[in-house]
Design a protein around this ligand. Structure first.
Ligand code: UDP
Length: 248
């Protein structure tokens, strides 16, 4: 898809956002750039944007079917997501079902310990300050979100976790944790934005506990893109593959 540079609204670490002819719609381009450690580790991984866009589109559609508002409108071709334009809230909303990653580095949890109910953690999305963990008082004082907003965000997040976790478990995957971001649409509704992909989630094989997400890249292991393709294959149905003309 050819997108005019003049229409570029925002360039993030892994996605670009373009204004379309419709004032309330943007085209999100999923790039192949992969980063870790606050951007310290950086590479280009062919096909990563392609797979992440397909996984995100499928999971957004699943959430829409469950009554959750998302940015998703259409995936006219893999790599490009037509989306509702949102005013993004600078929160990284992290949900944890199983202890992994930074939680183990910061707190005395056991590796693999499960959380029921899940833990919801809110980090400040701000590179300059290295995404520090927030609490409600700091969120209010920074003017990021009201108590009512946070209540809505937590409620939607719990539902998102349940819907995706059940779906993944039915396909043999564990869902240890994930990060999502919300924005406000032109009506002021809180809507799920960004992406849900192996870049932003942990996906483990239920039986072998094999890692199938960006942790492979963080750890410098091989088979990163093969894992992303495998997740795509597991998540997409034949119907989805036909819709997007996929040949794998
Ligand atoms: N995550 C993310 N972006 C971030 C930080 C975390 O998408 O800037 C995701 C990460 O992929 C994982 C979850 O949030 O699925 C929890 O990450 P964690 O706090 O364990 O940090 P990490 O171990 O990834 O440094």
């Amino acid at each position: 898809m050819n997108l005019d540079k003049e229409n570029l609204l925002y360039r993030g670490k892994a996605k670009d956002v373009y204004q379309t002819n419709h004032p309330q719609q943007v085209m999100v381009k999923f790039r192949d750039d992969i980063t870790a450690g606050d951007g310290a580790k950086k590479e280009v991984m062919g096909m990563k944007g392609y797979y992440n866009s397909l996984i995100s589109a499928k999971l957004f559609m699943l959430l829409e079917d469950a009554g959750i508002k998302t940015q998703y409108i259409d995936l006219p071709e893999p790599g490009f997501m037509l989306s509702h334009k949102l005013d993004m809230i600078p929160l990284e909303v992290i949900t944890r079902n199983i202890a992994a990653g930074s939680l183990l580095r910061r707190f005395p949890f056991q590796e693999g310990q499960t959380f029921n109910p899940p833990i919801i953690q809110m980090d400040f999305k701000n590179d300059e300050y290295h995404d520090p963990m927030l609490n409600d008082d700091i969120i209010h004082a920074l003017g990021i979100a009201s108590n009512q907003d946070l209540e809505i965000i937590r409620k939607i997040t719990m539902k998102i976790n349940q819907v995706i976790k059940d779906f993944l478990e039915s396909r043999g995957l564990l869902f240890p944790d994930f990060k999502i971001e919300f924005g406000r649409d032109y009506m002021g509704n809180i809507v799920l934005g960004d992406e849900i992909s192996p870049d932003t989630c942990r996906f483990w094989d239920q039986k072998t506990r094999d890692i199938m997400d960006k942790d492979l890249f963080r750890k410098g292991e091989s088979g990163v893109i093969e894992a992303y393709q495998k997740v795509t294959n597991i998540i997409l149905d034949e119907k989805d593959k036909k819709r997007w003309n996929l040949d794998f």
